[in-house]
Design a protein around this ligand. Structure first.
Ligand code: DON
Length: 557
């Protein structure tokens, strides 16, 4: 009894009194969790109209492009991991590709040096968008409603507008210096030079028209015709590379989901070109979950062991991983027991590992978004999609009203030079025409003893993988409910920069002290990830939660 009380007090301290005591959102039949309340409401309405999880995910995907423009998108790309009601896993890759005219050294100057920001803010930073083909393929293959039903809410919200939320106003305010200078973007989001006010109605007529063209002509309404012509024209004018042919050639790809087994659990997640699956498999394979559980949540020993496993896994990620349709990636070897047991011998015990000689990268604020749906029949859809940076490269496509991505920065612009996430990547991820840039997005479905247990995912660039890992471990090892597991403070190690980034309330002062004594540099981080997740309870009901770090919403019925 005393022990239980102590555990309760300790977890109340770690999680904060509110999170520890209040339950997640519950629903009997179906649930939607997104980072933007209007989009969640759209998803729930679609389910109530008889749509399944895939219809709702498609409707949410199109809606977020309107109501959550910092990350929701038509001009970006992403991944779906799902499960049919019969338990069949699926993975859809709608990641952007490099345009045909892209070259390995396109972001370097004549002396072979990186041209600052070219892979982030120029029109050459834009990858061929994948989202529209991805959502349309998902709709056509698994949707139960018509495309019109699934896309209509987004069209309405674009054409007739919606009240700007405090969260959208805030992000526009913080991006004002950059976006306010880009004409077509400023015209929509900064009328009179000011970020559109909270509560004001944001109407996006061009975006509404672009969505309507998709409804009228399907993929041709985006990858050919007016939208494609507008995109190719702006590229030509502004020094970008994407042509009408690139758009016509783009296709989302169905892939076999990547499965990681861990005791009674199975993580069904994304294969390459996401590094999520392979890297999760490596970190878990290098860790001993029994030892971690005994160490206790976020104790110095727990952090030390996970951080070192992460360091080794990210080293392999950066060296060996890339789009496996182009690079020869030794996936089975990298995740084999033999290989991982050799790597395990390199793990330092009780002190920090090496690579100490390098400083820390400066990381700016960025956005991606993850959303998930479970319907009454047990279909599950988990989608992470992104423009890479917040509002992508910053420019809206004139006439079509959507933002362009800056996903080309996820490629290796120069071997060994860090990208915006501090990742120093290798040849396997070098730029090649039509290749997909390596991602860290990790939409995940968790099974327990062969049955659906839950689904999670997050934004956060390179920190996505360790965020998903920690939320999983919080539930699997420490029996936290979905809200506690998501809201619990997190940390992240990726080898370079050689530091453990941590949310300040992550460790007790004593644990932080021990970690420093072990040789770690601890760098505070204002927020790691923004997880949305749903779990199935033993009584068959659902619980969901949208990370308290953001302003999303879980809802169901
Ligand atoms: O695909 C990737 O790994 C990145 N482009 C994701 C970007 C991201 O998560 C930004 N979010 N905070």
């Amino acid at each position: 009894m005393r022990f239980r009380l102590l555990v309760f007090l300790a977890s109340a301290l770690i999680l904060g009194p509110v999170q520890a005591q209040q339950p997640p959102v519950s629903a009997k039949n179906a649930m939607v969790v997104t980072s933007e309340p209007l989009a969640t409401d759209v998803g729930v309405r679609i389910l109530k109209q008889g749509g399944n999880a895939f219809d709702a995910a498609v409707a949410v995907g199109f809606t977020l492009a309107v109501t959550y423009p910092q990350a929701g998108n038509l001009g970006g790309g992403g991944f779906l991991v799902g499960l049919t009601q019969h338990g069949t896993p699926m993975a859809l890759d709608f990641r952007e590709t490099a345009p045909k005219a892209a070259t390995r050294d396109m972001f370097l100057d004549e002396s072979g040096n990186l041209i600052p920001d070219k892979s982030l803010t120029s029109y050459k930073a834009v990858g061929v968008p994948g989202t529209v083909d991805g959502l349309l393929q998902l709709q056509a293959k698994f949707g139960r409603l018509t495309l019109e039903q699934d896309i209509a809410p987004a069209i309405r919200l674009a054409k007739f507008g919606f009240p700007v939320s405090a969260a959208l106003h805030r992000v526009l305010e913080s991006e004002r210096a950059r976006l306010g200078k880009i004409g077509p973007t400023a015209a929509i989001f900064y009328p009179d030079g000011e970020p559109i006010a909270e509560g004001a109605t944001l109407i996006q007529s061009d975006l509404g028209a672009a969505l309507q063209r998709i409804l009228a002509d399907g993929r041709k309404g985006f990858y050919e015709g007016d939208t494609a012509a507008m995109l190719a024209a702006v590229m030509e004018r502004e020094g970008g590379l994407i042509t009408q042919q690139d758009l016509k050639d783009y296709h989302a790809k169905w892939r076999s989901a990547f499965t990681v087994r861990e005791g009674e659990f199975e993580l069904i997640t994304m294969p390459l070109p996401s590094s999520g699956g392979v890297t999760l498999a490596q970190i878990l394979g290098l860790s001993d979950l029994g030892v971690l559980k005994r160490a206790g949540h976020n104790t110095a020993d727990y952090v030390q062991q996970l951080a070192e496993a992460e360091r080794l896994a990210y080293a392999d990620r950066n060296q060996y991983l890339g789009d496996s349709d182009f690079a020869n990636v030794p996936i089975s070897e990298l995740t084999s027991r033999t290989y991982l047991s050799t790597r395990k011998k390199l793990l330092p015990v009780g002190h920090a590992g090496s690579n100490k000689d390098e400083g820390s990268g400066v990381l700016e604020h960025r956005q991606t978004t993850h959303f998930c749906v479970v319907d009454k029949d047990g279909n599950v859809a988990a989608i992470s999609y992104t423009l890479n940076g917040t509002f992508g490269m910053g420019a809206v496509l004139p006439g079509a009203g959507f933002l362009l991505n800056n996903e080309m920065d996820d490629f290796t612009a120069k071997v060994g030079a860090p990208n915006t996430y501090g990742l120093k990547q290798g040849e396997a991820n070098a730029i090649q025409p039509k290749k997909r840039m390596l991602s860290s997005m990790t939409p995940t479905v968790i099974m327990r003893n062969g049955r659906f247990f839950g689904t999670i995912g997050s934004p956060g660039g390179s920190t996505i993988i360790t965020t998903v890992l920690q939320v999983f471990l919080n539930m699997a090892l420490f029996d936290m409910n979905i809200r506690e597991a998501i809201d619990a403070p997190r940390f992240h190690e990726q080898g370079w920069p050689d530091e453990i980034r941590y949310e300040q309330e992550s460790f007790s002062p004593e644990a932080a002290d021990s970690l420093r004594k072990m040789g770690y540099t601890l760098t505070p981080d204002p927020g790691l990830g923004q997880v949305n997740g749903i779990v199935r309870l033993p009584d068959g009901g659902l619980q969901g939660w949208s990370d308290s770090r953001g302003s999303g919403k879980a809802a169901g019925f």
